[in-house]
Design a protein around this ligand. Structure first.
Ligand code: GLC
Length: 739
């Protein structure tokens, strides 16, 4: 048998060597392996387990996993990390008859050992190069630790901050989300899969998980095909166009059909219209969850629905392992469907080079070297600085003067370390995390610091208030660090009330009542509601969860050593009753034109319609002027690109970065169109007094909208062009005609 195998392999290689493209070589090599596989071995490649126990103490679960691995019944493991453990498990996988190497995967969402800002924070930087750089470092560290594949980027558009997983994505806007999706895929994967400083990425959760009803995790999603294609799918398409190696489906139903059993999503759109060649992994147990959804009668039916709908790999349901062989043998599932899934998975294993060297990513020397690269903390600091959004700065109280200051640090997150790592941290090591307390003392060497917690995040008592009040009274300025703890956002962390937990608002009021100037640093994994603080604080800095360098980045901003440049990637509601709230809303037939005249208008009687802080908003220590908008033509014909330019000037006293945003409005169309849509942006650094001409392009694709039965179309008419530093602060306007 062995001789025949190697003969077939040599023949296939020989045949393959006559073909030119690397891809056909892999195709031929995949064919040669598939020809040797039994049906059981094929099913094994479609099975993925979580493997924390597999390298732990002896247990029934461990034996169960090891036995399946040894028998070639496991194509991939998640949650096995580190060179030692991945080598150990890979060696067991290579004991199987065909020695097909194992794929090791992990949720490397915003860093592996070096912890970067949570993805929503990084999205607030609008700095695409910085975002790509942190993904690349995360990949380099993971790849040096035996990991081949991360379950990131999460590219779910989200307009509902009650949903805990907004922390994991790029916010509410499709264009920004698409640009960031591409950057993260390229950051994780590098230019070509197989390099040992890159890993496979995974566009998730396919699709529309961010629109879970009422912001409640795992809830249904109902939406028109038009909204699905126009708002929620483009970031996935951007990831696919960037070459993302895998997709992960989602826990939600889409219009009544679970995503994992949804062939419209996975076959018609992804593998059909988009021609996607990678593979789809189910989300954890989502195949089995078709039973409680009431979509499948039993695991056998769930396996059939899932494989036929295009779910190639089964994470933790064991549906394929238990049911697929019999489904195929009984003719209930066509073997070709399973073969396609196996081929897609084997192709990636070849592309990574695992058949040539199953241990190539598990190199102890490289692991030791890469994991302690000091340059990574510099990248983490830059990312953290750029992610901070300055929301308020009354009387320019910021930046704080470095000298002669008695600075009181008050609040439950002043000493936060683990909290600053946010959710989805795969490495428990918080040793590198710099607290605000540490960062501030390092930065403001000459200041006198005092500290009082005042209250904990979830405290219901005010017993610590008096000490905090006294501390404040003995200071020149108070810096309060308030917000959520890390575990209040992330998966299965939806909140019905997105105000500050515990007694933090009351603590703020008590400190403000001392008459001292109060700077609030807010840490959270989502937009929060904090109107009282927004009204009364002297300055507010939104710091999200910034990872290892959080404390230093915050100190850099409060001291002025870094001029804040972040802009909000999500609208901040005034109250939870406004949700879903987003900037690219529709005008309606009864728009509110004067804020005091809301009678018979599309408005609330108890709240303004607009958010507390708008999408794209963020202040700087300098100021910028927008002038001289020029459109290349008064009109363009279909298929032509409209070029435009304007001049941006730093009119303030210090160097700063501005995110200039380009919005359009299609004034009249056969479908109503949003009042504005982001279609380009540029983050520009200017010295005081410096001006720069910025060029934007409106390609035909940017003028298109999705219409059911027609797909993406453009229609003749007037387009309004708007440019500014926030969606609610348009500085330049113009219009042109599309003929
Ligand atoms: C989780 C998440 C998914 C993650 C997977 C593996 O339930 O929904 O984003 O990648 O399981 O941990």
């Amino acid at each position: 048998m062995k001789k025949i195998n190697s003969l077939i392999l040599i023949l296939s290689l020989g045949l393959a060597s006559s073909v030119s493209a690397q891809k056909k070589t892999i195709d031929q090599r995949v064919d040669s392996v598939m020809k040797l596989m039994t049906l059981k071995e094929k099913v094994g490649q479609l099975n993925q387990y979580s493997g924390r126990e597999v390298t732990g103490p002896s247990s029934d679960r461990k034996n169960y996993l090891l036995n399946d691995i040894k028998n070639g019944m496991v194509g991939s493991m998640l949650n096995v990390k580190g060179v030692k453990d991945t080598r150990e498990i890979q060696a067991i996988a290579l004991q199987s008859r065909l020695k097909i190497p194992m794929l090791f995967s992990l949720d490397v969402i915003h860093g592996y050992k070096t912890v970067f800002p949570i993805p929503l924070a990084e999205s607030a930087s609008w700095d695409i190069d910085a975002i790509r750089a942190t993904a690349h470092v995360a990949a380099a560290e993971a790849a040096a630790s035996g990991i081949h594949w991360t379950f990131a980027p999460m590219v779910d558009i989200a307009r509902d901050p009650r949903w805990g997983r907004v922390m994991e994505g790029a916010g509410e806007d499709t264009y920004l989300g698409s640009v960031i999706a591409r950057a993260r895929v390229l950051g994780f994967q590098g230019n070509k899969l197989g390099a040992v400083d890159g890993i496979m990425a995974c566009a998730k959760h396919f699709a529309a998980y961010g629109a879970s009803m009422a912001g409640r995790d795992y809830n249904p999603v109902d939406m028109s095909e038009q909204q699905l294609h126009e708002i929620y799918l483009p970031p996935f398409k951007a990831a696919a166009d960037a070459g993302v190696a895998t997709f992960m489906n989602s826990f939600n139903t889409l219009n009544g059909i679970p995503a994992t059993g949804n062939s419209y999503l996975q076959r018609d759109i992804l593998k059909g219209a988009w021609g996607y060649k990678g593979f789809v992994v189910s989300d954890w147990g989502s195949i089995k969850e078709m039973l409680p959804w009431g979509f499948a009668t039993d695991l056998n039916e769930a396996a059939k629905f899932a494989i036929e709908a295009g779910s190639d790999m089964d994470m933790e349901s064991e549906a394929y392992k238990k049911e697929l062989e019999s489904l195929i043998k009984s003719g209930n599932v066509n073997v070709k469907v399973a073969d396609d899934a196996v081929r897609r998975i084997l192709y990636k294993k070849f592309e990574l080079g695992l058949f040539d060297d199953p241990y190539k990513f598990s190199d102890e020397k490289r692991e030791a070297k890469v994991m302690n690269d000091p340059s990574y903390q510099k990248i983490a600091l830059a990312a953290a600085q750029k992610s901070i959004v300055l929301l308020k700065n009354k009387a320019n109280i910021l930046p704080l003067q470095k000298s002669m200051q008695r600075i009181a640090l008050i609040g439950p997150l002043v000493n936060a370390k683990r909290d600053q790592a946010g959710s989805w941290v795969v490495y428990a090591d918080t040793a590198n995390i710099v607290s605000v307390n540490e960062g501030m003392r390092a930065k403001f060497g000459n200041a006198q610091f005092s500290y009082s917690e005042g209250t904990s995040i979830t405290d219901t008592s005010t017993v610590g208030f008096n000490m905090a009040i006294t501390t404040a009274k003995n200071a020149d300025v108070v810096v309060m660090v308030l917000g959520e703890n890390w575990d209040m956002s992330g998966e299965s962390k939806s909140r019905t009330d997105i105000s500050l937990p515990g007694k933090q608002e009351e603590l703020f009021n008590a400190i403000k009542a001392t008459g001292k100037p109060v700077v609030v640093v807010m840490m959270a994994g989502r937009p929060l509601v904090f109107n009282n603080i927004a009204d009364k604080a002297d300055a507010i800095v939104y710091a999200w969860f910034l990872g290892d360098q959080g404390g230093n980045a915050i100190a850099d901003v409060l001291s002025g050593d870094y001029n804040p440049s972040g802009k909000l990637p999500m609208s901040f509601p005034r109250n939870v009753g406004q949700i879903p709230i987003f900037y690219n809303h529709y005008n309606t037939g009864r728009p509110v034109t004067k804020s005091n005249d809301i009678r018979y208008k599309s408005a609330y009687i108890d709240s303004p319609n607009d958010p507390r802080f708008a999408f794209g908003y963020g202040l700087s220590y300098t100021s910028f002027a927008y002038s001289d908008l020029k459109l290349a033509q008064a009109s363009v014909i279909k298929g032509q690109t409209m070029k435009l330019s304007f001049t941006l000037t730093n009119t303030g006293k210090v160097t700063g970065e501005e995110v200039a945003q380009l919005y359009i409005q299609d004034k009249v169309a056969s479908l109503v169109r949003p009042v504005k849509e982001l279609k380009d942006f540029a983050k520009v650094k200017l010295n005081s007094g410096e001006s720069k001409v910025i060029n934007f392009e409106l390609t035909p694709a940017k003028l298109a909208f999705y219409k059911e039965k027609f797909g993406w179309i453009t229609e003749p008419g007037i387009f309004k062009v708007m440019i500014g530093g926030s969606s609610d602060e348009i500085k330049l306007e113009g219009d042109f005609k599309l003929r």
